[in-house]
Design a protein around this ligand. Sequence first.
Ligand code: DAH
Length: 344
Amino acid sequence: MLKKLEEMKSVAVEKINAAKTQLELNECRSEYLGKKSPLNEIMKQMGSLSPEERKSFGQKANEFKNLIEQTVNAKRAYLEEQAVNAKLESEKIDVTLPGKKFSRGSLHVMTKTIREVEDIFIGMGYDIAEGPEVELDLYNFEMLNVPKGHPARDMQDSFYITENLLMRTQTSPVQARTMLKAKGQPIKILCPGKVYRRDDDDATHSHQFMQFEGLVVDKDITMSDLKGTLSLFIKKMFGEDRKIRFKPSYFPFTEPSVEVDVSCFKCGGKGCPMCKKTGWIEILGAGMVHPNVLKAAGYDPEVMRGFAFGIGIERVTMLRHGIDDIRHLYTNDVRFLKQFERGE
Ligand code: DAH
């Protein structure tokens, strides 16, 4: 019996040490110490031994048990440590690896134009003003000398919410709102914003686009102030060598009204496809504020005068960057937008 125990010892230790998982280890333990283990079988036969033999056999059996327990415990500790090490290894962070690259957004090319134009006018002492996009007919048309039924309304068909409420067709209603608020005091504002018209979308038309409205009201304002202001703006925006020219035009809210051309910045005025061989590019509408508009807003046209202008922001952006389709500005194609991300 003792011999059998001795033999089992070395096999058992080897087996325990060879266990690769806690599960295998538990199986080994019950194989050698459990109810069905050979040790248990041998113990059952102890009754047939003499008292001395029983004593020494009991000792050996205990030794065997202790050995198995110790070996199992040592192996268990080893396996646990290994598991922790493996976890640490797998979760190790290599701080020397290059960081993740986050792609950075950039300002929309329209936003850039708006900021540039705003900067130019703020530099000339203008305030930035805003107004609602859902506008009363009163401000969008009536106070701008366009009463109901006026033919000029046909040029700016809009989206009506009620008979007297519409999506504004121009930024000009901000003129009327600002004048009413100023209560006869001088004004110098630039108003960027969205406007809406019932147009079919194509390369040059969009049912929603953006404008800048400019308005100056004071005592001695003349047409030469308008010309000087726009001339400076256009030089800053399109280059120092640019010239402007006024052509007579018609807007209900200005008298006289002008269409403003800038000398072509592509060919310098010689004539090219960009300026349709004329040397000039039409860029904005402007004029001296109509006395009726001043009167409607509580100004005495005998004392106060003003000039106003309106520019399409898309048109300026498209001209400056050679963009051939207005829809590029609204379809959010990142490949298009990425072209303008430098220089922020
Ligand atoms: N509101 C005009 C338009 O949308 C643009 C315009 C022209 C605005 C002349 C003005 C102006 O303030 O004086 O067509």
